[in-house]
Design a protein around this ligand. Structure first.
Ligand code: ATP
Ligand code: MG
Length: 413
């Protein structure tokens, strides 16, 4: 027997149903906000992620499935969606030929992390990118939209946190101050953070080991007046949108390209893998990747984690409404025809194997979760009728004329 790889899963109902429901909720909300779907490749040039996500991030340093293909090209299986969308935006000249710069994607991402509850090596993200709008209206709209999607998917009890990382100027100054601080406290840092002091000191604040302690002790980032104003206005607009949020000065996120607003939605019920969605502004990324000067903002939501949150809610049932049984050889064709008629009437119907015994078919009917079994035998065929057997309550089986069957069943469902 061959097993699936660690961190890679098969999804069956009810989980697959939950995933579909979350995707449907997202698509519905995206349409209301003027977003169009983009489908990007699963495999991209390796350097795309090195240059955008950042070569000192965990994702690129440790977690990427990268390999050299048959043509000798260095490629990577996407660990996140933003780099691919930005590449497409530039490559296809969407700043000129596109509409409003609003794109969403739904797709699987791959990261070689240590698998645990809520953390897998293949997982699904729903993501949104809004490219070309530098104003706080875009920030507030995109966060409000994320919250709407979570609500529509049935998630309750989430909290949104926001922060500002400032612009390249604010961060340039802060980088110097922070790396000075980290150097004088290097003994207390974990090995990877010590290495990053010069290259990327901000990453220490996002470190799962050093981050929480540094949050209280390290010097905080000071925003320049323009960035402070952007952050204030974003908060006002979020309040206007009715979004429940709090400012978390220690929120830095693990990717290199963020500027100004960053945010995360968390759910306490998820335990240590509590991040449901995260995102932020990336005003310099499109330009730094060779595109136009197009400030942007986006987020990604973890569908696997949302599915865990709504697992216990109703509606994930994939049972058919009706189970059709043939009780004798001469009724099989009519039973098969009946299945088609039921489905044409919009009723979900299933069967097992008309050639098996009545007892065996009844067992399958019970296991199917259907509400009603319809049984056709020689007598029913002769009288143009059908036996109706409720499966979930103790009500008696009765015989209904074929002509009345569908309205009669509807009453039972
Ligand atoms: P974490 O801090 O939990 O590692 P992250 O900051 O790496 O999250 P992002 O890159 O911002 O996550 O991805 C957005 C969302 O995708 C996360 O909030 C989470 O819900 C989901 N996600 C990220 N990595 C995984 C994974 N390995 N398995 C399942 N979901 C994931
Ligand atoms: Mg991570």
């Amino acid at each position: 027997m061959i097993h699936s790889l660690r961190g890679f899963r098969d999804l069956l109902a009810p989980d697959s149903t939950l995933f579909t429901r979350i995707e449907a909720a997202a698509r519905e909300v995206f349409a209301l906000y003027g977003y169009q779907e983009i489908r990007i490749p699963t495999i991209e040039p390796h350097e795309l992620f090195v240059k955008s996500t950042g070569d000192t991030t965990d994702i690129v340093e440790k977690e990427m499935y990268a390999f050299t293909d048959q043509g000798g090209r260095h490629v990577a299986v996407r660990p996140e969606g933003t780099p691919g969308v930005v590449r497409a935006y530039i490559e296809r000249n969407l700043s000129q030929t596109g509409k409003n710069g609003k794109y969403y994607y739904i797709g699987n991402m791959f990261r070689a992390e240590r698998p645990q509850a809520g953390r897998y090596r293949e997982f699904e993200q729903i993501g949104a990118e809004q490219i070309g709008n530098p104003s706080p209206f875009a920030d507030a709209e995109t966060v409000a939209m994320l919250v709407k999607i979570l609500e529509k998917a049935g998630v309750q009890g989430c909290s949104a946190e926001i922060n500002s990382l400032g612009c390249a100027d604010c961060r340039g100054k802060y980088r110097g101050i922070l790396s000075g601080y980290l150097k004088t406290h290097a003994d207390a840092l974990c090995e990877p953070c010590r290495k990053r002091i010069d290259q990327n000191p901000l990453r220490a604040l996002d470190c799962k080991i050093d981050g929480p302690r540094l949050a209280g002790e390290a010097p905080a980032l000071e925003l320049c007046p323009a960035c402070a104003d952007h952050f204030d206005r974003t908060q006002e607009l979020l309040k206007l949108s009715g979004v429940d949020f709090r400012v978390n000065k220690n929120l830095v996120r693990g990717l290199d390209y963020y500027t100004r607003t960053v945010f995360e939605v968390k759910a306490g019920q998820l335990g240590s893998q509590d991040a449901v969605a995260g995102g932020g502004r990336y005003d310099d990324l499109v330009k730094s990747m060779g595109g136009p000067d197009a400030p942007a903002i986006g987020w990604a939501l973890g569908v696997d984690r949302v599915a865990l949150l709504i697992k216990d809610s109703a509606g994930a049932d994939t049972s058919p409404q009706i189970f059709v049984i043939s009780a004798s050889g001469d009724a099989r064709a009519a039973a098969f025809k009946l299945l088609g008629d039921l489905r044409a009437a919009g009723l979900s119907a299933d069967f097992s194997n008309f050639e098996l015994s009545l007892k065996s078919q009844l067992r399958s009917a019970d296991r199917s979760g259907a509400a009603v079994a319809l049984i056709l035998g020689g007598d029913e065929i002769k009288n143009s009728s059908c036996a109706v057997k409720p499966l979930k309550e103790k009500a008696r089986q009765r015989t209904v004329p074929m002509a009345d069957l569908i309205p009669e069943i509807r009453k039972l469902l």
